[in-house]
Ligand binder design. Structure first.
Ligand code: NAD
Length: 492
């Protein structure tokens, strides 16, 4: 297959009404006029400033949240549920505001930002429903000599550190279970995309969440923040989503006071397409698993393995889909791929492409940036990527589909598992036995079978190996914020 040219396609410009909408939301947040500058990745323009908190301010936030937490811990389960339901209603009511804000600060297309609002608010609804369920239980010891009363209590003050790629969902996925369990929180959003957290927390307060219970801290000194806050004896829990190297540093700090720790870290997801896959389904699923969020997703398909007999047809169909994607401002209805988060990401995509081609891959579409102030990179397909190339070894986190070919099931399982990461994997086949057998053999916490978007608020999201510890979403996500205790009651 020869290169499909898309170099000439111009970038799509923002819709002015959408820009105005996003800026009106920013104006409503009440932010300072100086501090950390927040930029629109599609234009490079500064759109707001957020406070640059020092360690003192962070510890003050800990003190305030801790005080509010003592009251909240005693609230009834129904009270917590009611407040979360009210927050959910507020977030839903402000769907368009949130979507425009997310798109403006993070770059993703509006349609995807709306999808994130749906996904992110689902966690609030889920934990509003879940809050009243797990009161504990009553058991007998097997020898009959005693009764066991198990109780759940809030783990205590939780420090939540979130990344930039899903500014709303990463925050709600942590705040909602913390509040449902009875914990106060200090949340530190990424400085690249802090506005959505500020706005969502403002809506929480309007909905009746006690004002001191959720403390938002933005700081350019994240290392100093963690060292002070995670060593503070009032803190009992850390939940982090981000890269594995930062996760390791935080775990070291957390070990000091033996904090309950949840780590949602990096991935290197294999996506496997077998000969017997439904071609259309496989192409649609791969397109979503790769290009959703501009490829900037921890569960994004990183190594795409296609079985020999179906490979040419699959590659041709996927390349055609990629070449048709409209690139430009997320704040335009027709955009399919928005800006990447920063110029480093664009340079990284360029380097990945060059490295893969130098090692023998064929570039089929894309592979280039744009002459623009924004951080754009074309949707890219590389075929016959070699296993030693950087796109196969590292988390791409961008719009590059890196395709490799394979011949047998046993071979592809070995190759798929040859990584220290274990977050997500994908299998496309019409054979149920094969789907389940391969899923069982993949060393990942999440598997998409014949689909590219497996996440759901009802599912226990999380990784194995160096992709993390703990789960978010589902009933398991609530347990991350609870201490389980038992009373042994002697019986006569
Ligand atoms: P990152 O680790 O660089 O940063 C994540 C967050 O941590 C940011 O808010 C950053 O400011 C902060 N941070 C960095 N150093 C810190 C420190 N010493 N103390 C406290 N906070 C610190 O990751 P990123 O580039 O923002 O996000 C991309 C990474 O996140 C990828 O590896 C991706 O796979 C991972 N991720 C994982 C999941 C998941 O659920 N497993 C979800 C989204 C992203």
């Amino acid at each position: 297959m020869s290169l499909i040219s898309d170099v000439a396609a111009p970038l799509i410009e923002a819709d002015s009404a959408s820009l105005k909408h996003a800026d009106a939301v920013i104006q409503s947040i009440g932010l300072p006029s100086a501090g950390i500058a927040v930029q629109d990745p599609a234009t490079g323009e500064t759109i707001a400033h957020v406070p640059d908190a020092d360690v003192e301010a962070a510890l003050e936030a800990v003190a305030t949240a801790d005080k509010a937490g003592t009251v909240w811990a005693k609230s009834s389960l129904r009270q917590r549920a009611d407040v979360l339901h009210a927050w959910y209603d507020k977030l839903v009511e402000h769907t368009e505001d949130l979507a425009h804000l997310i798109s403006r600060e993070m770059g993703k297309p509006l349609a995807e930002a709306r999808g994130e609002v749906k996904y992110g608010t689902d966690f609030v609804r889920w934990y509003a429903e879940e809050a009243v369920r797990p009161a504990g239980n009553f058991r007998e010891t097997p020898d009959g000599g005693a009764s066991l009363l198990t109780r759940r209590s809030p783990v205590g003050l939780a420090v939540l550190i979130t990344p930039w790629n899903f500014p709303l969902a990463m925050a709600t996925r942590k705040i909602a279970p913390a509040l449902a369990a009875g914990c106060p929180v200090v949340i530190k959003p990424a400085t690249l995309t802090p506005l959505t957290t500020y706005f969502a927390v403002q809506l929480a307060i309007e909905a009746g969440v006690p004002e001191e219970l959720i403390q938002v801290i933005t700081t350019s000194k994240s290392g100093a923040f963690s060292e002070a806050v995670l060593l503070d004896p009032r803190v009992r829990k850390v939940s982090f989503t981000g890269s594995t190297p930062v996760g390791r540093q935080l775990l070291k700090l957390a070990s000091q006071n033996v904090l309950r720790s949840s780590m949602e870290l990096g991935g290197n997801a294999p996506l496997i397409v077998f000969n017997d896959a439904d071609l259309q389904r496989a192409v649609d699923g791969t397109f979503a698993a790769k290009l959703r969020n501009g490829g900037q997703s921890c569960i994004g398909a990183n190594r795409i393995y296609v079985q020999d007999e179906i490979a040419d047809d699959f590659v041709a169909a996927l390349t055609e889909r990629f070449a048709q994607v409209a690139v430009g401002s997320g704040l335009a209805q027709q955009t399919g791929l928005g800006a990447l988060i920063d110029d480093r990401a664009v340079a990284q995509m360029q380097a990945y492409t060059q490295n893969a081609v130098a090692l023998g891959a064929t570039l089929l579409t894309g592979g280039h940036g744009y002459d623009s102030a924004g951080n754009f990179f074309a949707p890219t397909v590389l075929d016959r990527v070699t296993e030693d190339s950087d796109v196969a070894q590292s988390e791409i986190f961008g719009p590059i589909a890196a395709i490799q070919r394979f011949s047998s099931e046993a071979e592809v399982i070995d190759r798929a598992n040859a990584t220290e990461f274990g977050l997500a994997g994908y299998v496309f086949t019409e054979n149920l036995d094969r789907a389940l057998n391969v899923a069982d053999s993949l060393q990942t916490g999440i598997i998409g079978i014949n689909q590219g978007v497996p996440s759901n608020a009802a599912a226990p999201f999380g990784g194995v190996k160096q992709s993390g510890l703990g789960r978010e979403g589902s009933a398991e996500g609530l347990e991350e914020y609870e201490n389980i205790r038992f009373y042994n009651v002697a019986r006569r």
